[in-house]
Design a protein around this ligand. Structure first.
Ligand code: SF4
Length: 478
């Protein structure tokens, strides 16, 4: 599973297709167990989900519907009557992985339906794999279900056994969930092809988002990760129109959404926030402890010329000013960001400007990627591509600067106490995260030899040790 939409490296899955397939089946275990007795003869489906969390949310919705209709979800190609592959098509390696996975599913099973981002380029798939049963693009839930119905008989519904949890089938652990608030993106960053694959911004109705959030909380979710291609643009496509949640009018905007989510009393973490000025309005909510003081803002670069070439907003000076202002209002604020080094035409001076920005901005969590020439990205046409060895050198230098910053920041946390959400308990103790750490991309809090907790528990811990990425702590009483 992966977590970012436009960070080239992070769009590659870390799990092998087989492993992912087993996870999907495991996630439906409750429902499967309940329907086992009646499932004899039910059509069985294998599911492989590749790519970013937004794709994962699509997979959850398709699986929810399949389970609702009574299909069984199985963990191996052999057991499946048909396999669905939800693809990623962001960078070349993700495309290749998707094509390889489709090939594997065809060889192992033979009946394959393809959906997801790569599905938007149907010919690219059918040229290589002409035998797939059907191809659809991203978030095409209904079409996928229709294709399944064409090839596998719809199970007879039995309301007494075909139960799924209220919140649907979740592929993340029970205690956190991704909440997708919109599809598509109105920006045209020159290194990105997401808008051509996923279309323009299409915001979900705020009432529907909030009722999903409420259901997730009722199902035991302790942390909601708000995701989209551009969270700060939420509602701009519908002119921030009023909708209703629990009979009350709510504006379709990031601020109103955050205010409502804050009422749930669980962790709310914002991802993929574009640095618009109106983000300022969210900071007081963080200072008041209503949503997590954590902002994931992909700045991508600091040099004005490169940002312009990237078609990204802002300048380093303005960003530094805003970060300072935000930290005055909310000193606990943790900022995560991602950057691209080696963008076509990036000079040594421009790269050094980025390093200087990094030193001044003192960001908490940072990811960095070498420019990846995604097929179809406008920036590929730009002159003066940076040689691979120069990109690699810049990446290493960038990471070295950030490692120092990060280590110093985490050292300063030693002695302080934080609320920790436990993700797992293994043979060495418990592993969790504080408000500073988003799952999969940030650091962890290790509670060595702590076995008296369970995943989903929230406990206070004092930090006793830190490196440049993770911290170690001991549980303390509330
Ligand atoms: S904001 Fe830019 S990088 Fe992000 S999805 Fe939109 S076009 Fe791509």
């Amino acid at each position: 599973m992966t977590v970012n939409t436009f960070d080239p490296k992070q769009t590659t899955t870390m799990d092998t297709p087989r492993k992912v397939m087993e996870q999907q089946a495991k996630a439906t275990d409750t429902a499967a167990a309940k329907s086992e007795a009646s499932a004899e003869g039910n059509a069985r489906i294998g599911f492989v989900s590749l790519g970013c969390p937004k794709n994962l949310v699509d997979s959850e919705r398709i699986l929810t519907q399949l389970r609702t209709e009574g299909y069984d979800v199985v963990p191996t190609y052999d057991d499946a009557d048909l396999v669905i592959v939800n693809t990623c098509g962001f960078i070349d390696s993700a495309v290749q992985e998707s094509l390889d996975t489709i090939g594997e599913a065809l060889a192992e099973n033979g009946k394959v339906i393809v959906t997801g981002c790569l599905g938007a380029k149907e010919n690219d798939i059918t040229e290589i794999h002409p035998n797939v049963l059907g191809v659809t693009g991203p978030h095409a839930y209904e079409e996928v279900l229709n294709q399944v119905h064409q090839h596998l008989e719809k199970p007879k519904h039995n309301p007494f056994v075909d139960l799924i949890p209220d919140h649907g089938v979740k592929l993340t652990p029970k205690h956190f969930a991704y909440l997708k608030i919109s599809e598509g993106c109105d920006h045209r960053c020159t290194f990105c092809i997401i808008p051509s694959m996923r279309g323009d911004l299409d915001s979900r109705a705020v009432g529907s988002v909030l009722s999903e959030a409420k259901r997730l909380k009722e199902a035991g979710v302790k942390e909601l990760l708000v995701i989209s291609q551009d969270t700060s643009a939420y509602g701009a496509d519908v002119k921030h129109k009023m909708d209703f949640a629990d009979g009350m009018p709510v504006k379709t905007s990031m601020q109103a959404l955050c205010e409502q989510l804050a009422k749930l009393g669980i962790w709310v973490r914002l991802h993929y926030v574009y640095p618009y000025p109106h983000v300022d309005k969210i900071i007081p909510l963080m200072a008041e402890g209503k949503i997590l003081p954590y902002l994931d803002i992909p700045f991508q670069h600091a040099n004005k010329r490169i940002l312009k070439l990237m078609k990204r907003p802002g300048s380093a000076e303005r960003v530094i000013e805003r970060i300072k202002k935000w930290r005055e209002i909310c000193p606990e604020l943790v900022i995560r960001s991602t950057f691209i080094v080696g963008f076509p035409g990036e000079t040594e001076e421009e790269f050094e400007e980025l390093l200087a920005f990094l030193r001044e901005a003192q960001l908490d969590r940072v990811g960095c990627f070498k420019y990846s020439p995604v097929e179809g990205a406008t920036a590929n046409e730009f002159p003066d591509h940076v040689p691979e060895e120069v990109m690699e050198d810049r990446l290493q230098r960038f990471m070295a600067v950030q490692a120092e910053i990060s280590a110093a920041k985490l050292q300063a946390r030693i002695g302080q106490e934080y609320l920790v959400l436990i993700d797992e308990v293994n043979s060495e103790g418990a592993v969790g995260r504080s408000y500073m750490d988003a799952p999969e991309v940030d650091g962890k809090v290790y509670l060595t030899d702590e076995f008296d907790v369970e995943p989903g528990d929230m406990v206070w811990a004092q930090i006793i040790h830190a490196d440049e990425h993770d911290v170690w702590g001991v549980k303390v009483e509330d």
